[in-house]
Design a protein around this ligand. Structure first.
Ligand SMILES: *[C@@H]1O[C@H](CO)[C@@H](O)[C@H](O)[C@H]1NC(C)=O
Ligand SMILES: *[C@@H]1O[C@H](CO)[C@@H](O)[C@H](O)[C@H]1NC(C)=O
Ligand SMILES: *[C@@H]1O[C@H](CO)[C@@H](O)[C@H](O)[C@H]1NC(C)=O
Length: 390
């Protein structure tokens, strides 16, 4: 008799429990896509080969979106570039109902950083599908990614890659030589002025074109042909305009911004922070330096060296850059410029160099995020004086 009553009571409480679940489902159950999504280990191999151009970026982000519309959003930035390409932003948010700290990453503003879009596609793939990246990286942050910020420049440098190189200055001057050679380097987009007579004088360096202390680093405007030509006025390039509109709109949502760049000298690799236009230090310079050093220790380079971590202007003053704009005008506190080594015009079919750049950059980006986590003690518990991440 007593047993029957017990069983009856247990059955009733289970029923009430189940009823409660149905009437008031836990919010993660229907809102948070991340918990229910398929995961797989993406392993050590890089998936995105060869060097990505606009077409590959577009196809890949569309695939992500089609596969996971709940957590992936693709934004087409305006205006379009000089050659009518659309810069794409990929937004990955594990739970669209709540705002999480936002991370912005912009790649390949400089078209010599061929591997940068590959890094950002690889990162997206891992955030979306690799269990070891979901916690802590995907579930705790909203990601705003611009894999390829200078699609025209990348298209141009890909196209001319198999021609023999000629020193840049000679390439500009010598009409006969130019026909069958390529410039030794190209750091600009490809926009043209109708008035310009020399057909070799085109392109603006987008990373000099942002309106924050524009041209403060030079006494007179560099020549139109120069690789550092900053534009006729700030935001003269479509790329800088498009990024500005997007980033201004995001504003407060972003807590950490990373410009994924490249260093073109072997064994000189950097994690830099504002300012680049001036030797003046930013007010939170101590935090920036500490997070940078933490990241450098975590992302020790394959040959055992460490990234050099310092303010961007220590080596050279450069004005009108993306990182200074994002810090000085948009007002994002944590801004980094990451420069792992990247060969200029590397062998297009041999993936060794791409592989190395992608792996180094991924590790470095995630180390900066970890450094930020540890500096704010997000999700860490102090355990007998040791910080334990959970
Ligand atoms: C871009 O599109 C505009 C308007 O459709 C057109 O006038 C222009 O020639 C195009 N530019 C290029 C480089 O294709
Ligand atoms: C261009 O290069 C060719 C071959 O090196 C040389 O003969 C010619 O004088 C050069 N022309 C100019 C204008 O420098
Ligand atoms: C590029 O790499 C491939 C494969 O390793 C090799 O066969 C080819 O000769 C290389 N090309 C150049 C221009 O070095």
């Amino acid at each position: 008799m007593l047993l029957q009553i017990k069983i009856y009571l247990i059955a009733v409480s289970y029923f009430l429990g189940a009823l409660f679940m149905v009437l008031f489902p836990p919010r993660n159950y229907d809102l948070s896509g991340a918990k229910l999504r398929m995961t797989r280990s993406t392993g050590d191999k890089i998936r995105f080969k060869p060097y990505a151009n606009q077409k590959m970026v577009m196809t890949t982000v569309e695939q992500f979106r089609r596969h996971d519309p709940d957590v992936v959003n693709v934004v087409h930035l305006t205006p379009v570039t000089f050659e009518n390409r659309t810069i794409l932003a990929l937004e990955l948010r594990s739970d669209k109902q709540t705002r999480k700290p936002g991370i912005l990453i912009i790649g390949a503003l400089n078209p010599m950083a061929w591997g940068a879009p590959n890094v950002i596609l690889e990162l997206s793939e891992k955030l979306l599908y690799d269990a070891s990246f979901q916690t802590p990286f995907f579930n705790d942050y909203d990601w705003y990614l611009i894999p390829l910020a200078n699609p025209d420049g990348v298209e141009f440098t890909h196209k001319i890659r198999s021609q023999p190189p000629l020193d840049y200055e000679d390439w500009v001057r010598n009409d006969t030589m130019r026909v069958h050679t390529r410039p030794s380097q190209w750091h600009k987009n490809v926009d043209k002025d109708a008035k310009e007579k020399n057909p070799a004088c085109f392109g603006t360096n987008i990373n000099r074109n942002f309106a924050y202390h524009w041209q403060d680093d030079v006494h007179r405007t560099p020549h139109r042909c120069c690789q550092y030509y900053p534009g006729a006025k700030p935001f003269s390039t479509a790329e800088a305009k498009a990024i500005r509109q997007y980033v201004d709109k995001l504003g407060d949502v972003i807590n950490l911004a990373i410009h994924l760049h490249a260093s073109f000298s072997p064994k000189k690799e950097y994690i830099l922070y504002p300012w680049r236009y001036s030797l003046r230090s930013p007010s939170n310079f101590r935090t920036l330096q500490d997070i940078g050093e933490y990241a450098a220790r975590q992302a020790r380079l394959p040959d055992g060296r460490l990234y050099e971590v310092h303010q961007g202007s220590n080596d050279e003053r450069i004005a009108g850059t993306l990182s200074d704009y994002v810090s000085g005008v948009v007002g994002i506190d944590l801004v980094y410029l990451i420069k792992p080594y990247h060969e200029m015009f590397p062998n297009f079919t041999d993936n060794k160099h791409l592989n190395l750049y992608v792996k180094k950059s991924l590790t470095t980006i995630l180390s900066v995020v970890r450094g930020w986590r540890s500096s704010t003690k997000q999700n860490t518990l102090s355990f007998f004086g040791r910080d334990v991440e959970f």
